[in-house]
Each structure stands twice: as structure tokens, then as C-alpha cells.
Design a protein around this ligand. Structure first.
Ligand code: SF4
Length: 206
């Protein structure tokens, strides 16, 4: 399964689950997708929940022209209703949300997170620039308690300082369950390499 609906306003849903098994070699293989790793397969949905971002990084792979759009609540609820019908014989799916910046619009917490928690059995992961205020991060952690898998947090030195990013990272780490994986990324901007190194050295190990 691949390439499911394109929602309007730049919100895209891709479903990548899948695989035909090459049991003789013990490796999952799909003719279209190629070989898969030999560990348990996690069915996932990658969901671009919003087009817009509150940052405008010079290296962004999404051009500014296309980094726009906020889906209507009805479109978001339609996607959630679809996810609620996904087969769960192998367990809940992991819904990976990205953007744009998911936290940059009200609908992420109010519709996407609430809807996934209330109306589906699935787990949630998200990719964020971690610019959301502490109160929002705490609300997110509380609402996803027991169902949050990975938060991939990206430091963008064109738009924030290391100290401010690390403060928000501490808030997030303290608010989520211990099992949640928090992955920290930093884009290496040529004239900010020293700051990038300092951020790597000053991060608090979990
Ligand atoms: S934070 Fe990410 S999505 Fe937003 S402008 Fe920067 S690179 Fe692009």
C-alpha cells in the first residue's frame, strides 16, 4: 500500500506498510519497496498534517511557495476516521506526523492529537522544530500519555538559540513517559558549526 490520499491545503497522507515475505531468506521483501529489515514490521502512516511552518530555514527541502496551507478540521477528521479503520490484527499502527511544523497550527493538538487518542488505537510519533511553548509541550505529553513513541526534535540555529532549544527539550523530556524516544537532530549550518558543537556537548543525557 502506498501513496494514499492527498488532502487539500498541502496535507498529505502516505501509507507505507507492507511487505511480501521472502521467507526462505528470512527477510521481508516487497517487489516495489525492496528488502525490508529482518525485525518485526511496524505498520506506519506518515502524515503531513499541515503545510505551513513558523520557521523559514534557508536549507528547507520544501520551497517557501509550497510550505503553506492549513487543512480544515473536517479533512483532518476524515483522515482520522480512515486511520481508525486500519486493520490492527498485528497491533496498533504508528502514525508519524510531520509538516511544515505540526505544532504551528491549533488543529494539531485540538483535532489531530485528540482525534487519534480518542478515536483510534494507534500510537503517535512526531517530527517538530520544538518551537512550541512549554505549556503546549506539557499538554501534548499529557494527552499522548502511554501512546507516544518518538519525538524527533530538530534544532534550527537560523531561528533559535541553543539555550532556548535545550530549555524546551528539558520540558519535553520531563513531561513525557520514560519509554518515549526523543531524537535530537541539528542541521549543520556552515557559519554556526561552533554553536552546533556546543549544543551537542551541553545536552542533558536522558
Ligand atoms: S523548521 Fe523544518 S519545515 Fe520549517 S522551514 Fe525549517 S527545515 Fe523547513
Amino acid at each position: 500500500m502506498k501513496g494514499l490520499p492527498v488532502l487539500h491545503n498541502g496535507a498529505r497522507v502516505d501509507v507505507g506498510a507492507g511487505a511480501n515475505l521472502g521467507a526462505d531468506v528470512g527477510v521481508a521483501f516487497d517487489a516495489e519497496l525492496g528488502p525490508a529489515p529482518p525485525w518485526a514490521h511496524q505498520p506506519t502512516v506518515e502524515w503531513q498534517v499541515v503545510g505551513q511552518c513558523n520557521y523559514d530555514c534557508s536549507y528547507c527541502i520544501q520551497s517557501k511557495k509550497h510550505r503553506v496551507g492549513i487543512p480544515a478540521d473536517a479533512a483532518l477528521r476524515g483522515a482520522i476516521a480512515f486511520f481508525a479503520r486500519l486493520p490492527t490484527e498485528a497491533g496498533p499502527w504508528e502514525i508519524k506526523t510531520t509538516g511544515g511544523e505540526p505544532f504551528s497550527f491549533r488543529g494539531f493538538l485540538d483535532v489531530v492529537v485528540n482525534g487519534l487518542m480518542d478515536d483510534t488505537p494507534h500510537r503517535l510519533s512526531t517530527l517538530t522544530n520544538l518551537s512550541a511553548p512549554p505549556a503546549t509541550l506539557r499538554r501534548f505529553a499529557a494527552r499522548t500519555r502511554g501512546r507516544l513513541s518518538v519525538v524527533s526534535s530538530s534544532l534550527h540555529l537560523e531561528h533559535t538559540e541553543v539555550s532556548a532549544f535545550l530549555q524546551r527539550l528539558d520540558v519535553l523530556r520531563d513531561a513525557v513517559d520514560d519509554e518515549v524516544r526523543i531524537v535530537v537532530n541539528c542541521v549543520l549550518v556552515p557559519d554556526r558549526l561552533a554553536a552546533s558543537r556546543s549544543s551537542a556537548e551541553s545536552g542533558r543525557p536522558r
